[in-house]
Design a protein around this ligand. Structure first.
Ligand SMILES: Cc1cc2nc3c(=O)[nH]c(=O)nc-3n(C[C@H](O)[C@H](O)[C@H](O)COP(=O)(O)O)c2cc1C
Length: 299
């Protein structure tokens, strides 16, 4: 496949930034609430963000120097002064308002007011929580790591989570967060966002203790299937064993399948049938059909 080669040292930072944003996406958004030493609130979104430890619970986000003038941002300044931040999640209902809070208002302007969010007092830190946000994490800043001194350089803000508030409405009857109810948004490149609910959510069960056979154990004819996609091949490779000879005999006792073996397009038809079986959730059956096709391949 033709690839575009990028030397990060030989490209304008604004362009490099967009390649990074497009390739490392979607990113969760930390809606960071801070206060300055006078207690004036500040609210801004940060998508160079993730969780990095559960025990202790640690979140990290990065506040970058502005590319245009190399200035640092109010969030970083406030955190340097107070050592505290509340990281609020951003869901679809808040998306457009959140974008307003990214405007470079002067430090003394309260983005809660500008973007129309409701401040809620925190329990253990001074910055306010965003009432509309489905999860609000009160944090004490453990460390700040400076990554450079030029425009675009990040400051990793490493946050110990000291208290978590989650809207009851997004918790299911097994005490887990329901992603459809959380309805989070992720940031991509340029003006693109993604909504993580509904059809955007896919379920992949992959028990890590079941030792799967893997792609390298699949017969060549299956790997080169004219029908199966990479995701469908992965379903076969995720089996712990290919079907036994007995299982294949059982399949052959189904008249339709036995007929395929004598037909000219039977090979393709078996692969198509296997793809349908995978879609229907019958992966073992699909593997059996593919092995029968493999026999035809070798005849
Ligand atoms: C969705 C979104 C994500 C953003 N992510 C970052 C980021 O990770 N790092 C950063 O420095 N700026 C990021 N920005 C830009 C800041 O929000 C923007 O510079 C803001 O004015 C900073 O506010 P502050 O000076 O009050 O901290 C992001 C903007 C948006 C809309």
């Amino acid at each position: 496949m033709k690839t575009r080669l990028i030397d990060p040292t030989a490209m304008a930072v604004k362009d490099l930034h967009q390649y990074i944003l497009g390739a490392v996406a979607p990113r969760p958004i930390a809606f960071a609430s801070t206060v300055d030493s006078q207690g004036i609130p500040n609210l801004a979104p940060y998508s160079f963000f993730n969780a990095f430890s559960s025990n202790p619970p640690v979140l990290v986000f990065s506040s970058n120097r502005k590319v245009k003038d190399n200035q640092t941002k109010d969030t970083l300044l406030n955190i340097r002064e107070t050592g505290e931040v509340v990281i609020n999640a951003v869901n679809f209902a808040m998306m457009r308002q959140m974008a307003l809070a990214s405007i470079e208002y002067p430090a003394e302007i309260n983005e809660f007011d500008k973007a129309g969010f409701t401040p809620l007092a925190s329990d253990l830190v001074k910055p306010f929580r965003v009432a509309e946000s489905p999860s609000q994490m009160e944090c004490k800043v453990k460390d700040i790591i400076t990554l450079g001194d030029q425009g675009g350089a990040g400051h990793l803000i490493i946050c110990d989570v000291v208290r978590i508030h989650i809207h009851e409405a997004v918790i299911d009857d097994r005490d887990r967060i329901d992603p459809h109810k959380m309805d989070l948004v992720g940031r991509m490149g340029r003006a693109y966002y993604v909504r993580a609910s509904g059809e955007a959510i896919h379920t992949v069960f992959q028990p890590v203790t079941d030792i799967a056979i893997g792609f390298d154990q699949l017969p060549e004819s299956i790997l080169k299937s004219p029908v199966l996609t990479g995701n469908q091949l992965a379903e076969i490779a995720a089996l712990t064993a290919l079907p036994s000879a007995n299982a294949l005999e059982l399949l052959l006792s189904e008249p339709d399948i036995a007929d395929f073996l004598d037909q000219e397009d039977g090979y393709h038809a078996l692969h198509q049938m296997a793809a349908n079986a995978i879609i229907a959730g019958s992966v073992d059956r699909a593997a059996g059909l593919l092995l029968l096709a493999d026999r035809m391949h070798h005849q």
